[in-house]
Design a protein around this ligand. Sequence first.
Ligand SMILES: O=C(O)c1cc(=O)[nH]c(=O)n1[C@@H]1O[C@H](COP(=O)(O)O)[C@@H](O)[C@H]1O
Length: 289
Amino acid sequence: MPESAAARQPFGSRLAAAMAARGPLCVGIDPHPALLADWGLNDDVAGLERFSLTVVEAVAVLAAAVKPQVALYERHGSAGMAVLERTLAAASDAGVLSIADAKRGDIGSTMAAYADAWLRDGSALAADSVTLSPYLGFESLRPALDLAAEYGRGVFVLALTSNPEGKSVQHVGGSESVARRIVEAAADENRRYAGTVGPGGLGSVGLVVGATIGVALTELGLDLNAVHGPILAPGLGAQGATPADLRATFGDAYPAVLATSSRGILAAGPTISGLRSATEATRDGLLQA
Ligand SMILES: O=C(O)c1cc(=O)[nH]c(=O)n1[C@@H]1O[C@H](COP(=O)(O)O)[C@@H](O)[C@H]1O
C-alpha cells in the first residue's frame, strides 16, 4: 500500500518500534550464486526472484528489517534490478522495513541522483533506508540526508566496517580517527532532527559498525550512545561474530544495535520453516545476550 510522506513516521521511530516488537534482527537478502544452487535454483532472474520473495515471505513477520544486497541484483543487469524493485515492494506490502544495501556515495550533484533513486517517493527503488559510504566526506551525503528527513526515510553511514581491511582507513588518526568524524557527524545530524523523534525513538541517521570490530570502540574512544540513532551491525553468523560478541562489543549502546545476518540465516532455506527457525534462533540469541 503506498503511504504518503506526510503520514509516515520518521524512519528511526518506525525502526525502534519494529525492534521493540520483533527483536533486534535484520535479515540480509544476499542471493549469492552458491546459495541459489544450494536452494536448487538457477543463477538467473527467475532464481533471483524466487529466492528473494521466499525470504521476504518467511521472515517478514519475524525480523525488524530486511536488507537486500544491491550488488547481487546488479549482477543480473536491468532484469535483476527489476527483481530488486519487486522485492522492496513485497517487503513493504508484508509490513517489514527495508534497508537497501547500496553503499552509495559521490559528489553532491551526483549524490542527489542516488538520493532520488533510493529515498524519494515515486521511485521504484525507494526503500525505507539505504546504506551510504562517506569516503567523499560526510557532508557530500547531504542530498541523501535531507531527502531521507523529508520523506521519513533513513540512512546508515559506514563508520567501522566488519571487514579486516576497514581499519586501514577508518582507524587512521587514533583518538581523532576518521571513524570519529563519521560518528560525530551522525550525532550532529540526529540532534538537528531530535524534535521529530518520539520518546524512546531513535534518530533516522544510523551508522554501520561491524559486529567483528572487537575492542575498536574502546581503543578509538568512541561513544555510540551519543549518536541517538540505530547501529546496523553486520558480521553475525558467516563472518564469525556471535550474540555474545555483539553484547561485549557494543556494551551499553547494545539497545540501539540492529544486528544483521545474511548467509547465516539464508543457508537454512529453501523452506519457509527452515528460514523461520533460523531467524527465530538468531533473534532469541540476540535477546538473551
Ligand atoms: O553495510 C553492510 O550491510 C555491511 C557493512 C559491513 O561493514 N560489512 C558487511 O558485511 N556488510 C554487508 O552485510 C552483509 C553480510 O553478509 P553475511 O556475512 O552473509 O551475513 C553483506 O551484504 C555485506 O555487504
